[in-house]
Ligand binder design. Sequence first.
Ligand code: JHZ
Length: 389
Amino acid sequence: MKREFLDLGKQPLGNKFLSEEQFDTEFFYNLKVVFDEDTKLVSMKEFVKPEQIYDAEYPYWTSQSVPMIEHFKKTAEMLKDEFEIDKVLEIGSNDGTFIKNFNKENTVCVEPCDNFAKYINEELNYKTYNDYWTTDLAKNIGDNHGKFDLIYSANCISHINDLEDTFEAVKSLLTDRGIFVFEDPSCLSVLKRNSYDQIYDEHPHLFSVISLNNLLSNHGLELFRVDNLKVHGGSNRIFARLTSDNPPEDSVTNNINQESDFGLNWFETYEDFGKRVEQSKKDLLELLHKAKSEGKKVLSIGATAKSIIVFNYCGIDESLIQCITDTTPNKQNLLQPGTHIPVVDRKDIDITEYDYAFLGAWNFVDYIREQETEFKGQYITHVPEVHCV
Ligand code: JHZ
């Protein structure tokens, strides 16, 4: 049985930055979040069709966030050092930031967004299937390339509505020694940090290790290792293989115990989180209204999908936050979905004119503070509770 514990209201799509001419056709959906009592999985109550999200203009280029380039380089090195890998398949390759660390000859990428698939195929010359990850596609890839020692996916598996088909497709393409490694935001971190902005159209599921252990085992896959990562405010890197007689590493039991101790098996834990989210909204609005009444200027750094959720849920508009800066050219000089706050190139504004900077990309707080040497105001964040840094 699925039970609802959070209602984040009417939301626009997480990466559809727009111009004024597009206001009439802007798409909204109801963002409600449920807990499945059987599998312990957290998901959106109603999914958005992927075709509405991952189009040829999808603007999130992984390489625009400098810390992520280093993250994927280190991940690739670790995998090459610790496992026997000849052939690699990546699901959701985005702009190729991860796959570039592997030899072209032995790799296959899967990427539904036309812009990235074209870029990886034609600019980087890595074999890429411009399609969604499904059992049908896996059959086609298997016929053409055989099986893989590593199937890797970062911030993509939690984006896929149909997990049953996803895991079946993975199982069908793993060699006997093969590993399936994927990383996504951690449910435990989200609940601990009240980072409710990790749930939206592109993130229809929020994974706990407990839920993944349940789901993978239904598909002939077993979880054998979990790495806890700092990226994206706390992610888990999950290692799975075909079901075997080998025991899992201690990290699996340790993570499951930690999550159980926090209460991730119980609906009431999620209900409490829902209450904290409502409080977070009140606190953020109070802080921003106070700043406004004092005539202070506020901007936001990072036109993240996350900040779209926060601003739309809280009802924040240009009167409270005047603009959003972002390094991604495809987001600049457009308006944030829903709120229509302008997104600008950081280079086009004088940051010394602003008193507060909301951390839209709170997950890169250290990097941003290092870069923003001219900013003399205070940072605002809602993670883990609303406060000034
Ligand atoms: P970032 C996206 O989420 C969408 P978002 C997606 N669903 C997902 O899963 C994650 O990414 C991985 C900019 N920036 O990574 C670049 C600055 O302007 O937190 C990006 O637009 N200055 C696929 O959007 C954004 O912020 C900076 O100094 O919530 C960061 O987006 C840095 C470091 C970034 O993810």
